[in-house]
Ligand binder design. Structure first.
Ligand code: BEZ
Length: 241
């Protein structure tokens, strides 16, 4: 009698910045999704959490859910994932709404999709399982994916560390500002603060910048030039609602 052959364990991959977001189909609390195709034309934050019915994850979901409209205003959708099943997700989200208060937030309804990934298929595809941290739970991974389906930012946090969701909104605004205005954003940048004009591509341009011939551009050296873009101008270009 022939013995059944065990399927080889899927090889863990880790999408990098600039890669197309790996494709998958999954069951979620909002129905089946085809990723990233269903999100063509919008930004999307795909994020994992270790487990349903755990306190840090609960505080994260409540915080993210209260900010969902602000992300939507910047054309950004949220998609969560853990290696729990659909019925666990549904029961956990119901418990959050009915019973949990966190920092004066209560009665929170999570309406963005939460992926059932008991098979760890998606978590493995996106490098969310880090065996040195946990073999049976995803770490707190964040993938910011642009409207063309390209991975633009990757963040990883360990199990014990709740994420800063203001920072995720700042990341979305900074990426969109960089795309819309052809600039870079300096350390701790917030909309309305001066942006970095990327290093000049030619000696001629660098000289012009130092000579101050580009309107509004100020250089402290040939490689460090900034200009002002008001928060209103940024929002006119990137805010969609
Ligand atoms: C939490 O979300 O509270 C948590 C989850 C897994 C390990 C440690 C903390």
């Amino acid at each position: 009698m022939t013995q059944p052959v065990a399927e080889p364990a899927p090889v863990s991959t880790m999408p990098r910045i600039g890669d197309p977001a790996p494709e998958f189909t999954a069951v979620t609390t909002q129905g089946e999704i085809h990723f990233p195709g269903d999100y063509a034309g919008t930004w999307v934050i795909l994020f994992s959490h270790p487990a349903d019915f755990t306190p840090v994850c609960t505080s994260e979901f409540m915080t993210f859910a209260t900010m969902q409209d602000e992300f939507k205003a910047y054309n950004t959708e949220l998609v969560g994932l853990s290696v729990d099943g659909l019925y666990s997700h549904i029961a956990w989200l119901r418990t959050i709404k009915e019973k949990i208060t966190f920092r004066d937030i209560s009665n929170v309804e999570v309406t963005f999709p939460l992926i059932d990934d008991v098979s760890m298929k998606v978590a493995t595809l996106y490098g969310m399982i880090m065996p040195g941290e946990a073999t049976t739970q995803a770490v707190r991974a964040v993938f910011v994916i642009d409207p063309q389906g390209i991975v633009r930012t990757v963040l990883y946090y360990p199990l014990s560390l709740g994420r800063n969701f203001d920072e995720l909104l700042r990341v979305v605004k900074a990426l969109q500002t960089a795309d819309a205005f052809g600039v870079a954003t300096p350390a701790d940048w917030r909309p309305g603060e001066r942006v970095i004009v990327p290093p000049a591509g030619s000696c001629g341009t660098a000289k012009d910048r130092m000579a101050g011939t580009e309107e509004g551009v100020e250089c402290v050296d040939w490689f460090f030039c900034t200009k002002e873009i008001s928060e209103a101008d940024i929002d006119t270009k990137i805010r969609t609602s």
